[in-house]
Every structure is written in C-alpha cells, then in structure tokens.
Ligand binder design. Structure first.
Ligand SMILES: Nc1ncnc2c1ncn2[C@@H]1O[C@H](COP(=O)(O)OP(=O)(O)O)[C@@H](O)[C@H]1O
Ligand SMILES: [Mg+2]
Length: 246
C-alpha cells in the first residue's frame, strides 16, 4: 500500500562524469518517486546508471541539474551538516559488497548509526541493537568481526545496520549479487516485508529479474534513462511476471 507524499522524489535528474575519453552521461533527465509502502526495483545492464541514481537520491553526490527531494527537503538547499543529518535519518543504504567496518564487530556495526545520530533516537540504542540482531538471526554472531562471517551473514548484518536508525527509505544496490540463491530470496523477502509494513519505501537495484519480480514496480534503465516502467500485480505466477519483464 502506498502512503502519503513520496519519501524521495527526483525531477529531471542529470549527472555526467569526466573520463579520459570525454564526458559520460550517467543519468539523463530521470524522474522518479518512491513512497512508503512501495517496493520498487531498478533493473538495467551494467553502466546504465543504477548506482549513480541511488547515490544521488541518498545525497552522496550532487546532481548536475535537477532536484532531489528527500522527506520533503530539497537536497540542494541543505549545507553539509544538514545533509549528513537528513541522510542519517532518512536513508538506509545496502551495498553489493556489504561495506561493513572490518575493525568493528557485528554488534558494533549494527549499533553505529545510532551512535552517529545527533538527535537522541526515540529508542534505547542497546535494546534496538539487540532487537535487530535477533530479527536477523545474528545473536550468536554478534561478537564476531565481518571477516569471520559468510557473505550472506555479512549482508544480513549490513541490512540490520541500515535499519538501525529506522530510516524510512531503504536503497539497496545489488545486495544479492554476492550471496547464494537461498540467501538472495531471504534478503529480498525481508526487503519486501519492510515495504509491506507500510513504514518503509524500498528501491532495489538488481540484475536479477527473479528478485525484481517481487517488487510492486520495475523501472528499466538504459544509458542513464528510465526507458520502461512495469507495474506488477500481486498473485501472478513468477513465470508470467518474468515474461512481462523480459
Ligand atoms: N565516478 C565515476 N567516474 C567516471 N565515470 C563514472 C563514475 N561513476 C559511474 N561512471 C559511469 O557512469 C555510468 C553509469 O554507471 P553506474 O551508475 O555505476 O551504472 P550501474 O550501476 O547501472 O552499473 C557508467 O558509464 C560508468 O562508467
Ligand atoms: Mg552499479
């Protein structure tokens, strides 16, 4: 179910990068909105602009032109501190390569966003961390370091960390690329459940159409543009959905 105003909105978003061989248009006039309660997948070949789009939506890089509005605030209007604060409250990022801090235990990684919050979070950090570790099946691994976990376990810890400050928007960049099929399914069904509880909106960049087929909407990117949008009706067979996406 879709709730209220968008969590994040992009309007005519463009970004180019300078390279040795000249400028590359990584994003070209992209429009997009993600609401709470929605699970949106972003598919497209390598180099089509998925990572660039997620990083602009998260305020990690500035756009060349266009506007990103995150929780009602235009990113271009914020100074560095304002942007950092909004990003922490608004966005949970999940990466292909987990990006856990190798010198921190699982528990310390999951707790980190709560320690970075400048405003007091509306929950007890220790309780919140324990709850997330339990939810993600990690209590027995909590005192280990990331290198002592499997890829899938690291990704579960990374998702728990992304959720720690309870950000409404979850941006996941190919989170299942380095984990086995069973774990991929578990990760995607957890993302699906976050959207279904109505509080979160999820944007998942993926190569894998089977993962994308769990979404409410699938946006296909090519050469920095969204070239196709497919709305998926629940209750269809996986085969039908995949045929529609192909
Ligand atoms: N920091 C960068 N410097 C130069 N080119 C970049 C940079 N980041 C991305 N690109 C280029 O922008 C395009 C889009 O890349 P990206 O957003 O990573 O696509 P995707 O995530 O879909 O693989 C590609 O041509 C890529 O080479
Ligand atoms: Mg990418």
């Amino acid at each position: 179910m879709i709730n209220g105003t968008p969590l994040v909105e992009a309007e005519r978003l463009s970004k180019s990068y300078e390279t040795q061989t000249g400028p590359i248009q990584a994003l070209d006039q992209v429009d997009l909105a993600v609401h709470a309660g929605e699970f949106v997948a972003l598919v497209g070949p390598t180099g089509s602009g998925k990572t660039t789009l997620l990083s602009l939506l998260a305020g990690l890089e500035p756009a060349d032109t266009g506007v990103v509005t995150l929780l009602g605030q235009r990113l271009g209007d914020l100074d560095d501190d304002g942007l950092a604060d909004l990003r922490l409250r608004a966005v949970g990022m999940i990466y292909q390569s987990y990006n856990l801090f190798s010198g921190f235990t699982v528990r310390q990684n999951v707790r980190l966003p709560l320690q970075l919050m400048t405003r007091r979070p509306p929950f007890d950090a220790t309780q919140r961390t324990n709850q997330l570790l339990a939810d993600f099946g990690l209590p027995d691994l909590a005192e280990r370091y990331p290198a002592e976990l499997s890829g899938g376990q690291q990704q579960l810890a990374a998702i728990a960390r992304a959720l720690a400050a309870n950000p409404p928007l979850i941006l996941a960049d190919e989170p299942t690329a380095n984990v086995d099929t069973g774990m991929s399914r578990q990760i995607v069904s957890r993302l699906r459940a976050l959207a279904d509880n109505g509080e979160h909106g999820v944007l998942l960049a993926t190569h894998d159409l089977r993962m994308a087929s769990q979404a409410d909407r699938v946006l296909a990117m090519r050469d920095g543009r969204i070239v196709k949008e497919t709305v998926l009706q629940p209750g269809r067979s996986g085969r039908e959905v995949l045929a529609e996406l192909a």
